[in-house]
Every structure is written in C-alpha cells, then in structure tokens.
Design a protein around this ligand. Structure first.
Ligand code: C5P
Length: 312
C-alpha cells in the first residue's frame, strides 16, 4: 500500500468576533479556535490524474470535482513545490465523520489533511510554516486544522497564535441539526442584521477584540468560567436562518450545560459539560428531547492533522 493516511479534527470557535465586511468580501475576525475529537480521515494515493472519492457522513453533499477543497489543496501544494520532480496525479479518499456544512470546518479539515498527506506522499519536505501559508490561501480555517489545539485566529482567521493553556480537557456535546447552513449566507445575514440595527444600534466593532475573560478562563482551566464566556457574533445570523436552533440551545442549558453556542456559522450547537459523566447525561437527554438530529460527545483540545502509521 503506497498511500498516506492523515487524521484531522473538527473545530469549534469558543469566541467568534466578526468585524464589518472588507472590500474583498471577507470579514476581519478575532476567533478562538479549539480542535475537538471528531475526526475525518483522508488517504492520498498516486493516480493517473487527480480525483476524489468521499465516503461516510454527508458524503453526497461534498463536491467530487475541482470545487472540492481537498483538490484545491492538491493544486496549491503542487504549485508551491514546482521544480520538484515526479509530482504525479493523486487520488484523495475522504472518510467523513465531521458533518458537512455544519459549522465545524470539515471541508477545511480535509484540505489541511490533504496538504499534509501529499507533502508526505511526494516527499516534498515543505516545512510546517510554509504549509500553514499555503493552507491560508486554500481557505480561512485550513491553517488551524493543521495546527490544532486552542489558538487565536485573526485576519480571515488564518493568522494564528497558539493559546497558552493548561492541559485541561474540556467535555463537549455536539448537537447536529437536521439541515445545513452556508457560511457565506450566514455572514451575509449578519451584515443585513447589523445594517438593519443602524450605525447607531448595537454597533459593529471596527476592530473585533479578543475576549479577555475567555482567555483568562482558558488559562485557569476553569470549565465553568469558559462556559460563561463562550460567544459567537454569527449566532444571531444563524438563528435568523435556522430558528429551531433556539430550542436546541435552550434545551441544553436547561439540562445543565455550563455554556451553549452555535458552532461557527452553524447549524451545529455546542454544549460544555462539567465532566465526562455530565457530558454523557447531557448527550442522552438531548437525544431524548428531540431537539436535534443526533449528538456526539467530544473532548478538546486535540492536536491538528497527523499522519497515521502505515499498516504493516
Ligand atoms: O475562506 P472560506 O472559503 O472558508 O470562507 C467561506 C466564506 O465565508 C467566504 O466566501 C466568505 O463569504 C465567508 N467568510 C467571511 N469572512 C471570513 C471567513 C469567511 O466573510 N473571515
């Protein structure tokens, strides 16, 4: 077997502060990324020409053509290492467990894993720092999937600083929704909500700010404080497009979660639990409450994309 397999985690945003739209259509962000133990696996193998096969959770919603972020990652790495000989075609097989269009950066994770797998397959020896630069060009969340852990993201989210935090493992419950949200549509809905509020309304911060209370909670490893300081500027926009999520969030809080929020652009909802046992109780009660499609228990932070040992 000549393939290389990489395992890559989903991300949550513990804070997502969004500035006004920029001239290029993106928004400046300050975000706290947090990688959790829900993984996709991607395998890169030599092939006559580039291609992609997707299996698993939501596979039918992933484009299998050049729009696939993994194939864009192949092209970006190949371009970056031109000059190196023997970079043939590559077939990428994506085994999905991270739901698609769920606010968990699954597509970005697959792109990050593809960069790492092709770098290994081709023996191109591109450094981690250079891979992070290439990743940032493929998509806003791709660089973080390489890095993992907990990290502050600025710019479009691609300028990363690892957060210094103790080795606390947080216990999360993810509630997957029966439906999807498109990231550009959620950002556009936020712009509309803010415009309707007027310039003198709740106000758009010219420069989004890192939440000092969240960072202090993370430094102390105090789950209760972390739960109280979770925030997401995209949440009102996601709720306006997917009103049923209000009930999901309320239900998790009633059932004892330390904090609840929509993950990224949604529609996955995220709940912090006080312990592994409480997470199990919460997951069981939430699935019984009928307020989501399914639930998963995950922990974080976990490391970023990593090459798996080859089977012997
Ligand atoms: O970079 P990525 O392709 O993941 O972004 C998807 C879409 O999300 C962008 O086309 C843009 O509409 C929106 N976005 C944004 N500001 C960011 C990141 C994403 O407006 N910082």
């Amino acid at each position: 077997m000549t393939g290389v397999t990489v395992r890559v985690p989903a991300k949550l945003n513990l804070q997502l502060a969004v500035g006004p739209p920029r001239a290029d259509g993106y928004h400046d962000l300050v975000t706290v990324f947090h990688a959790v133990s829900l993984f996709d696996e991607i395998t890169a193998e030599p092939a006559g020409r580039d291609g992609v096969t997707v299996t698993g959770e939501g596979a039918d919603r992933v484009p299998a053509n050049r729009d696939n972020l993994a194939l864009r990652a192949v092209a970006a790495l190949r371009k970056a290492v031109t000059g190196a000989a023997g970079l043939g075609g590559v077939h990428i097989t994506i085994a999905k467990r991270i739901p698609v269009a769920a606010g968990l950066a699954g597509g970005s994770a697959d792109a990050a894993a593809t960069l790492l797998a092709c770098n290994e397959l081709w023996g191109s020896g591109v450094s981690q720092a250079r891979l992070l630069e290439i990743a940032a060009r493929v998509g806003s969340d791709v660089a973080f999937a390489l890095l993992g852990g907990t990290a502050v993201g600025r710019g479009r989210g691609e300028r990363l600083t690892p957060a210094l935090a103790p080795a606390t493992q947080y216990q999360w419950v993810l509630a997957f929704a029966d439906g999807h949200l498109s990231t550009p549509e959620v950002y556009a809905a936020l712009d509309r909500l803010r415009a309707a509020e007027g310039a003198g309304g709740a106000g758009v911060p010219a420069e989004p700010d890192l939440d000092a209370a969240l960072m202090s909670a993370l430094r102390s490893g105090d789950a209760r404080m972390v739960g109280r300081t979770l925030s997401n500027d995209l949440q009102p926009a996601a709720l306006s497009l997917f009103p049923a999520l209000r009930k999901t969030l309320a239900s998790g809080l009633e059932l004892g979660a330390l904090g609840a929020l929509v993950s990224g652009s949604g529609p996955t909802c995220v709940f912090l639990a006080a312990s592994a046992d409480r997470a199990l109780d919460l997951a069981v009660s939430m699935s019984g409450a009928g307020v989501c499609r399914s639930v998963a228990r995950v922990t974080g932070p976990v490391p970023g994309a990593a090459v798996l040992p080859r089977p012997r």
